[in-house]
Design a protein around this ligand. Structure first.
Ligand code: GGG
Length: 347
């Protein structure tokens, strides 16, 4: 069982270290962890955010544990050299088109949510974000208009086959949960969303037992804070999914709690916290590592088939939170390593 550990920038190395400690504590026979450079750190060392050695390491691994990328030192660089290109490149190169982002309120965090406790306690949803299309990968550029102004442009596009494959993932996920799927788009304005909606409706014929609904993204953002308990599985495009999952994270208390799995048709998957590199707190030992620890649990479940071990990690995190373990993101004072210790003690 070979796991590529790509810690990246900012708080990435700190939070990844705690997840690695948890994985090592399980003493899984045959587990090998191999580190690689990615993101801004790779641009500085190798002149590219995704060196070929890192890509080869990721390809050869059974799964990838990823921290975060993003470095203000690289803000002035050409887009191709920016840290974020590393994660986009990995998703594209490895065909990781389905990003699963579960959000559930942990017991004891009712007061940490941005929502009223009775509203927050109903949250148990899964956002299925498409990862290989949309404005992230459409043609883009900056052109000069006749009046001399610069104009930036990014093509938003989804083909039927791209929508079809993510819709199947979402319908199957709904089948294993409460049987409800909400497809989020902006079909009243965007042609992209019209194709998205028509295709989701077509795929729905294969899943008559699933209750399908459609929602415009602006309404979905509002409903997520008004009545999040109505959602079971939400399927949406790359950009809308990125935004809605950050919003969902504050509904359950903190972006430091949301894990994710990026999956494709192959066997290896990539697992990362949904948060970025948080350069403002990098290196201070203040970041909450729970999202990365929970991502490691998803890795064990989805890529290695180790359900019992995954559940053990999730139970340890839940117990730590129920016992009052809190970092600064949740109004507490505990640092990254202390939170990692608290999870390890309960493993
Ligand atoms: N761990 C997530 C991370 O590093 N996010 C930074 C980033 O640039 N993400 C782009 C995206 O998720 O679309």
């Amino acid at each position: 069982m070979k796991i590529a550990v790509l810690a990246g920038d900012g708080i990435g190395p700190e939070v990844t270290r705690e997840a690695v400690r948890v994985l090592e504590a399980l003493r899984l026979p045959g587990l090998v962890l191999l580190e690689g450079d990615v993101g801004g750190v790779a641009t500085k060392r190798h002149g590219t955010p995704l060196p070929v050695e890192t890509l080869d390491l990721a390809r050869a691994a059974d799964a990838i544990l990823f921290g975060a990328v993003g470095d203000p030192d690289c803000d002035h660089l050409d887009r191709h050299l920016r840290p974020e290109q590393a994660i986009l490149g990995l998703r594209k190169e490895l065909g990781l088109f389905a990003n699963l982002r579960p959000a559930k309120l942990f017991a004891g965090l009712e007061d940490a949510s941005a929502l009223r406790p009775e509203v927050a306690s109903a949250i148990d949803l899964l956002i299925v974000r498409e990862l290989n299309g949309d404005v992230y990968f459409g043609e883009k550029g900056i052109r000069t208009l006749v009046n001399g102004e610069r104009q930036g442009w990014d093509l938003m596009a989804y083909s039927e086959s791209e929508v079809r494959r993510i819709a199947h993932v979402a319908f199957k996920a709904a089948r294993g949960r409460r049987g409800k799927l909400c497809s989020v788009d902006k079909a009243n304005v965007l042609e992209t969303s019209q194709v998205w909606r028509d295709t989701v409706i077509e795929v729905a014929r294969d899943y008559p037992e699933i209750e399908l609904s459609h929602m415009y993204v602006d309404n979905a953002a509002m409903q997520l804070v008004r009545n999040p308990g109505q959602f079971d599985v939400v399927v949406t495009g790359n950009l809308f999914g990125d935004i809605l999952s950050d919003q969902a994270s504050m509904c359950v208390g903190s972006i430091g709690l949301l894990a994710s799995a990026s999956l494709g048709d192959g066997t290896s998957g990539l697992y990362e916290p949904i948060h970025g590199s948080a350069p403002d707190i990098a290196g201070k030992g203040l970041a909450n590592p729970m999202a990365t620890i929970l991502s490691a649990a998803m890795l064990l479940r989805h890529s290695l088939g180790l359900e019992a071990e995954a559940a053990r990690i999730e139970a340890a995190v839940a117990k730590a939170l129920a016992d009052g373990v809190r970092g600064g993101d949740l109004g507490g004072t505990m640092g990254t390593a202390a939170i990692g210790d608290a999870v390890l003690e309960r493993l």
